[in-house]
Design a protein around this ligand. Structure first.
Ligand SMILES: NC(=O)c1ccc[n+]([C@@H]2O[C@H](COP(=O)([O-])OP(=O)(O)OC[C@H]3O[C@@H](n4cnc5c(N)ncnc54)[C@H](O)[C@@H]3O)[C@@H](O)[C@H]2O)c1
Ligand SMILES: [Zn+2]
Length: 357
């Protein structure tokens, strides 16, 4: 399917599961490569392989939110001059490099082809699917996350299993939590399959990419809001990330945020008690979410007012403090509901005690 949006327009997903050497051997000379510096250090053959294809440049960037910046974008644009109109930008790294390169690919020559090589599980299951990229902006002394962004779909994604071997357990867990989230919200049969036998990394990534792509295909430019189901666990997840000063990682915060969403869903009669118990057990035994004690530890640091303020600043709260939350109606079926503020406030005492409300 071609698209009127140029090289970054939505097209059916092309995933290649093969070693990085295979990507390199088919790469036309004159591409531009941006590589996570840590990945380059851990996998030195990757850089020599790229260099052999005579790229216009190979740029190494450190990962982390500071790199999703205008400054780093400027560095890529500065070396992109020699990239032809039909050139290719290759992004090798986690969500940092992927998000930044998505923006760069959209701007270079008004849009060039992007090849994503996700090297973290988060990037493989989430950020490299769905066409979104963004950078952070500093305004009024605050760092605004994903403040400027684009839709620019990768033409191909290369999933090179050997690159995942250097990931730590904590990094794998983060991505696995997002993957299990998608399964809980979108595919009951796959959930049951995962519960019978925990999937290995490759099928876990494949399943999540297929599910996320299915959602994005129905709403490639986020015009009708059907992607919101992917935010299951994110309403309280973002609050927990902020309250912990980002010591609790995004994935772990989303894991705990899903418990909050199950509790609220139960209180509203949307999520049955047996469904909530099954999903909580699955998340604990599957990807290994943190215990409720961790939820208690983070929430004890904050007043209800602090929490309400964070919810409001995340644009998920309405004028009367009511929340737009993704709740689970059944396995594989998530729905967006308006939740009055009193519903989460009434659960706070139990959450702070580390018990089931
Ligand atoms: N565009 C989207 O739809 C979307 C979705 C989810 C997340 N994101 C974004 O993704 C970013 C987070 O992505 P991330 O979690 O991949 O973080 P990241 O890219 O910052 O990488 C995390 C750490 O892993 C290291 N790393 C990367 N690959 C490695 C490997 N193979 N072996 C060892 N270490 C490796 C990095 O150097 C870094 O230290 C956030 O900025 C988030 O906003 C975007
Ligand atoms: Zn997330």
């Amino acid at each position: 399917m071609s698209s009127s949006f140029g090289p970054g327009g939505y097209a059916p997903r092309a995933d290649r599961w093969a070693p990085f050497t295979e990507l390199v051997s088919g790469l036309a000379p004159g591409a531009l490569a941006v590589v996570d510096a840590r990945v380059a250090h851990l996998h030195p053959a990757l850089i020599s392989g790229l260099q052999a294809r005579k790229p216009v440049a190979t740029l190494l960037l450190p990962a982390g939110e500071r790199t999703k910046s205008l400054r780093a974008l400027g560095k890529i644009l500065a070396v992109s001059g020699k990239l032809g109109r039909h050139g290719t930008l290759v992004a090798v790294g986690g969500g940092t490099v992927g998000d930044l390169c998505t923006v760069a690919a959209h701007l270079i020559k008004r849009g060039v082809c992007l090849i994503q090589v996700p090297t973290t599980v988060v990037a493989a299951v989430d950020s490299s699917v769905g066409g979104k990229g963004a950078i952070n902006l500093a305004a009024g002394g605050r760092e605004l996350k994903n403040a400027a962004g684009v839709f620019h779909y990768a033409r191909e994604a290369w999933l090179c299993s050997e690159l995942f071997e250097t990931l730590e357990a904590r990094q794998r867990r983060e991505g696995a939590i997002e993957a299990w989230k998608m399964v809980a919200c979108l595919d009951a049969a796959l959930w049951r399959q995962y519960r019978r036998r925990r999937p290995g990394l490759v099928p876990l990534i494949q399943g999540a990419r297929r599910l996320k792509d299915g959602v994005c295909r129905r709403d490639p430019y986020e015009r009708v809001g059907s992607r919101r189901v992917l935010n299951f666990g994110h309403t309280f997840g973002h609050v927990l990330e902020s309250l912990s000063h980002f010591r609790v990682s995004h994935g772990d915060a989303v894991g705990l945020g899903m418990l909050c969403a199950l509790d609220v869903g139960r209180a509203l009669g949307v999520t049955s008690p047996s469904l909530a118990a099954e999903v909580e057990a699955g998340l604990r035994e599957g990807p290994g979410i943190l215990e409720r004690g961790s939820l208690a530890k983070v929430l004890r640091r904050a007043s209800p007012g602090d929490i309400a303020e964070l919810l409001a600043s995340d644009k998920k709260a309405g004028p009367a403090g009511e929340l737009r939350m993704v709740l689970l109606g059944a396995l594989g079926r998530a729905e967006v509901r308006h939740v009055p503020a009193r519903m989460w406030r009434a659960r706070l005492t139990a959450w702070r005690a580390g018990t089931l409300p």
